[in-house]
Every structure is written in structure tokens, then in C-alpha cells.
Design a protein around this ligand. Structure first.
Ligand code: ATP
Ligand code: MG
Length: 331
């Protein structure tokens, strides 16, 4: 088996949370060991699909870059860059729209959910960003896309777009596979455990932020919604407890069954305390390292710029092929 080409992106909007860390960031760090290359991107062009402030966007890009580096991304072992620095992404988006079915975009759950939440403008960008996401991945001919469970449908769409492109214009693009973690692919909001923990519609108390102080983490996990039962196990009507089991399993690096065995007969109070301590321990090093890295904006810029150069070199080759196949440029 050849080494995978890994690509994934993360939005710089809002503040990154435990779901992002467990579902995505943790996989990126691991992916650096296997990917040749492993490519990670701050998808700032996606951020404009909902209301945003340009000054704040820049700040959030720094925040997100510092979080990812603090979590263990190493620019010597991966390509780490900002999407808007590599213009091939936007050009490819338009070219791919020729083989993207309007009906497929219409079926995207995230559009339905996110558009329903918009108060002012439901932008065309919100409808269309899955095509940009397809371009992000296909530009690198990535074979593997580490994501959380909520991105399954978008990855299926990009596979369909790649297939259709190859059928229409000849074998050019690689059809990527998604990689979704076995445990922790969908961390739920602590206050509304039927809903995923999310950047754009967080409940304050239900969202553990990567940068939360230990006291805040303890408070949020201590008041996590559970159920009227007493058993620490997964099961119907136990979304809150099941979520906490997943979190603890990931934080300790053991199975959910082991967690259930360990807390057999324990009360919810003790269990929640154990989860809180494990999460504090998981995130504390990231938070400390972030505090060191975040002030160095020039250094962050330099890392992203160097990454963009490497990314562009790969994306430009794909774009040249795509353009040629589609009848652009000199023959
Ligand atoms: P938004 O709600 O605005 O889409 P988000 O919280 O999903 O924001 P993104 O930057 O879109 O954040 O997602 C980055 C990565 O984190 C994606 O791979 C996504 O699948 C993953 N992810 C997001 N939320 C969760 C979650 N609750 N559990 C596990 N993985 C998640
Ligand atoms: Mg998302």
C-alpha cells in the first residue's frame, strides 16, 4: 500500500471546541506520521458563508493556527497553510461546478440546518461551500480525508464530483476516502446531547473549548445533562452519558467497554468528575503551548506562508491538468 495523501480543513470561525479536538485535530496530529504528505488547511474562505467580521476573521485565523500547532501539528512534518493563500482552490471550485449536481447540493443536511439558523442573509456561499470543500481536497489528489461524522455527506459529495469529472473528462482526479474516528466522531453538546457540539451554534455551558481554563471545564462537565437513571453505560435515552463515555474513552485512550466496567455501580457525580479531570489533563498542555505561540503573529504568518508555497506547488499541477482536460489554455 502506498502512503496516503491526507488532506483536511478546519474553519477559523468562532472558537474551537472539544468536538473539533477529538473528531478532527487529534486525527491530524496522528496523520502526520502516515501522510506523504499530510496537508492541513485553515479554511478561511468557508468562514464567509455566514455573517462574519473581516477584522475578527484575521484574528481567528491566528487563534486557529496557534491551536493546531499547540496540539502537535509540526510544519516540518506536514503542510499547514491558509486556504485563501492558494488561489487554485477558488478556481477549481468554479471548474468543478460543471460536474456538480444542483440536486446533490440541495440534499446537504448542513445547508438545511445552517440556513434555518441565519437571521439575515442565507448566502449563496452557504449553499455552495461543499463544492469549495471538494476543490480543497481534490486539488491535492488526496486519498484520505480525516473528519468528524458530520462531514460524511460532504465527503460523499466530493467523491461523486471526482467520479463525474473523471467520467466526463477522463481520469484526472483521485476519489478520496474519509477517515472517521471509531470513537468520538460525533461529540455532542453537553447541554443538548441530541445535537453535535458546534462552533457556529454553541450553547455556552454545553461547549467545552480547547482553550477553556480547568475551572470552566470542570464546571461545564459537572453540569452536563444526563438522565434520570443511575447506570454509566450507553443505551437508548442515554445520549448524555454515552457522550461522556466517549469523551473519557478518548481522553484516556481506552475502550468504551472498559469505561463502563470501571464505573459499574459508581454514581453520575463521580463519573463526571473523572471525565472532567481527564479532559483537563488532555487540554492543559495545548492551552499552555497556545499561550506561548499565539502572541507570535509574525511567526505564525511565516509558518502559514511557507505552507502555502508547498501547497500551491501541488495544487498548481492538478489545476493545470484539470484546465487542459476541460479545454482551457493553449492546447
Ligand atoms: P460549524 O458548526 O460552524 O460547522 P464545526 O464545529 O463543525 O463548525 P469545523 O471547523 O466545521 O467546526 O469542523 C472542523 C472539523 O471538526 C471537521 O472535521 C468536523 O467534522 C469536526 N467536528 C466538528 N464538530 C464535531 C463534533 N461535535 N464531534 C466530532 N467532530 C467534530
Ligand atoms: Mg462544521
Amino acid at each position: 500500500m502506498p502512503a496516503p495523501i491526507i488532506f483536511s480543513g478546519i474553519q477559523p470561525t468562532g472558537r474551537k471546541h472539544l468536538g473539533n479536538y477529538i473528531g478532527a485535530i487529534r486525527q491530524y496530529v496522528e496523520g502526520q506520521e502516515r501522510g506523504e504528505p499530510a496537508i492541513f488547511c485553515i479554511v478561511d474562505l468557508h468562514a464567509i458563508s455566514v455573517a462574519y467580521d473581516p477584522v475578527e476573521l484575521r484574528e481567528r485565523v491566528y487563534d486557529t493556527a496557534a491551536i493546531l500547532l499547540a496540539a502537535g501539528l509540526d510544519p516540518d512534518r506536514c503542510i499547514f497553510f491558509r486556504q485563501s493563500d492558494v488561489r487554485e482552490h477558488t478556481e477549481l471550485t468554479w471548474l468543478l461546478s460543471a460536474v456538480t449536481a444542483h440536486g446533490d447540493l440541495n440534499r446537504m443536511h448542513q445547508f438545511k440546518e445552517k440556513s434555518a439558523r441565519q437571521r439575515e442573509l442565507v448566502s449563496a456561499a452557504l449553499f455552495y461551500y461543499p463544492v469549495l470543500m471538494a476543490a480543497d481536497v481534490l486539488a491535492y489528489r488526496a486519498t484520505e480525508v480525516p473528519v468528524g461524522d458530520d462531514q460524511r455527506q460532504h465527503v460523499e459529495l466530493m467523491r461523486e464530483i471526482a467520479h463525474r469529472f473523471n467520467e466526463r473528462f477522463g481520469e484526472t482526479l483521485v476519489v478520496p476516502e474519509f477517515r472517521i474516528p471509531e470513537v468520538g466522531a460525533r461529540i455532542m453538546d453537553l447541554q443538548e446531547p441530541e445535537r453535535k457540539m458546534s462552533t457556529t451554534s454553541p450553547t455556552e455551558a454545553g461547549t467545552v473549548l480547547v482553550l477553556d481554563e480547568p475551572a470552566a471545564i470542570r464546571k461545564k462537565l459537572g453540569s452536563a445533562v444526563t438522565d434520570s437513571g443511575r447506570e454509566v453505560r450507553r443505551g437508548p435515552d442515554k445520549a448524555g452519558i454515552a457522550n461522556l463515555i466517549d469523551i473519557l474513552a478518548v481522553a484516556r485512550g481506552i475502550s468504551q467497554d472498559e469505561i463502563e466496567r470501571e464505573f459499574d455501580g459508581a454514581g453520575y457525580g463521580d463519573f463526571k468528575k473523572a471525565v472532567a479531570e481527564a479532559v483537563v489533563e488532555l487540554l492543559a498542555p495545548v492551552r499552555d503551548r497556545y499561550a506561548e505561540l499565539r502572541p507570535g503573529e509574525a511567526a505564525l504568518d511565516a509558518v502559514l506562508a511557507a505552507g502555502a508555497e508547498k501547497a500551491r506547488a501541488i495544487a498548481a499541477v492538478t489545476l493545470a491538468d484539470v484546465r487542459e482536460r476541460m479545454g482551457y489554455g493553449c492546447g
